[in-house]
Design a protein around this ligand. Structure first.
Ligand SMILES: NC(=O)c1ccc[n+]([C@@H]2O[C@H](COP(=O)([O-])OP(=O)(O)OC[C@H]3O[C@@H](n4cnc5c(N)ncnc54)[C@H](O)[C@@H]3O)[C@@H](O)[C@H]2O)c1
Length: 388
């Protein structure tokens, strides 16, 4: 019989919902489950908000005090779904109490802050994970499998984008995502890091970057109410507040293995809702992915017969990574929820095996260092080494 792990979730907003869904649904998809997650307690800032989120997401208890909750002996897993400024203090306290920890991305506001979390993780020796869940899209995992199997040969070029438009309207609210002291950075940390995760997962370590980092919208109406509604119009009489983070980033990449690449990320791209893409060219073929069509992977192999050269579309299904646990035929459709369910499966599997899943806090730290290098290069305009 699988063990049961008690989960304390800190933060019951957008990600709280996604992670709660995963805890409830994971054993329905992956059976026998590596372990059964029990939604024990949810923490949020006010008693009413915490109690309401706990009831909605199926947690047995609620609290407003994460410090006492992460120290509770009956808690096995601490799940951090709060804005970026609280990831480090919560994770370090939880690790010092000997808990397994999953933190939402970016791991921290800066590389230095992420390092404090990594050091705490090394001291604790428990299992850690950072929730870059997009790589758990079956089509992305299939791209990695093709690359590992040598199907497109040595990789020459990676081209990644993450374009969104939820904040393209200057009247959308100045939530925590636009405040450097809470978020750390803007587009770079919020969405650029997802593409950095793709680049490292699919191609390899990034050695240096050369970036342009820009902010177009310098003032926004101050958000009314606690939750970030991701672009829902602000009250018209709300006062304006200054924006001190980037909203646009373009960077060139040099990988340690000799490949080159680029990443573009913006939250100003009207018409692009969640345009998270990559295209990878190798000596033996190419692979292309677009999250807005997340059940599909476009592939082209250089040794295809001349009369059938060109991209073909693979619809992910049971034959592909994680497929046996998902739906019985290809193209039934997978969504954001499934990426979190798979993430939960991999996290609990690693806890049971006593291993570190990828992306672990080590990966989260490396990604934060790369984000730092992009921000630094954006200021100087110079090629900037990421460093170790
Ligand atoms: N992996 C992804 O695809 C993805 C998507 C969105 C957000 N995120 C990340 O998830 C994290 C949370 O983002 P979100 O969109 O869920 O934000 P959100 O604003 O929707 O929710 C955050 C919740 O945390 C609560 N909170 C804040 N400080 C707290 C504290 N000290 N103690 C307890 N609760 C506290 C807030 O009241 C709110 O309910 C961020 O780090 C963000 O970057 C990841």
């Amino acid at each position: 019989m699988a063990s049961t792990f008690n989960v304390a979730m800190i933060g019951g907003g957008f990600m709280g919902k996604a992670h709660a869904l995963a805890y409830a649904a994971m054993p329905m998809f992956f059976w026998p489950a590596p372990a059964i997650p029990r939604r024990k307690i949810l923490v949020d800032v006010g008693p009413e908000a915490a109690a309401e989120a706990a009831a909605r997401y199926g947690f047995e208890e609620s609290s407003t005090d994460w410090r006492s909750v992460v120290a509770r002996p009956d808690i096995d897993i601490v799940d951090i779904c709060t804005p970026n400024d609280s990831h480090a203090p919560i994770a370090i306290a939880a690790l010092e109490a000997g808990k397994h920890v999953i933190s939402e991305k970016p791991l921290a506001r800066t590389g230095d802050e992420a390092l404090t979390m990594l050091e705490a993780a090394r001291r604790a020796g428990t299992t850690t994970m950072v929730a870059f869940n997009y790589r758990r899209t079956p089509a992305v995992a299939l791209a990695r499998k093709y690359i590992e199997d040598g199907r497109i040969g040595r990789i020459l070029n990676f081209r990644g984008t993450y374009l969104q438009d939820w904040s393209a309207d200057p009247s959308s609210p100045r939530s925590w995502r636009f405040q450097k002291d809470i978020a750390g950075s803007g587009t770079v940390g919020d969405i650029g890091t997802h593409v950095i995760d793709f680049a490292r997962y699919l191609v390899g370590e990034i050695a240096s970057v050369n970036a342009m980092v820009h902010n177009y919208i310098s003032r926004r109406p101050i958000q009314q109410g606690g939750l970030d509604k991701l672009g829902t119009a602000a009250r018209s009489d709300a006062p304006l507040g200054d924006i001190d983070v980037d909203d646009e980033m373009i960077t060139l990449l040099r990988f340690e293995n000799g490949a080159v690449g680029s990443i573009e990320a913006t939250r100003n791209a009207f018409g692009r809702s969640n345009y998270l893409t990559f295209e990878i060219h190798g000596e033996g073929g190419s692979i292309a992915f677009d999250y807005e069509r997340m059940g599909e992977l476009k592939v082209m192999f250089a040794d295809d017969p001349p009369d059938s050269k060109g991209f073909r579309t693979v619809h992910t299904g049971p034959a592909h990574p994680y497929g046996a646990g998902l739906w019985p035929i290809p193209a039934l459709g997978t969504g954001y929820g499934e990426t979190k369910i798979i993430e939960c499966f991999d996290f609990l599997s690693a806890i049971v095996a006593g291993t570190q899943p990828s992306p672990s806090f080590e990966d989260g730290y490396r990604i934060s260092r790369i984000a730092d290098a992009i921000l630094a290069s954006g200021k100087t305009g110079a090629w900037t080494d990421v460093g170790r």
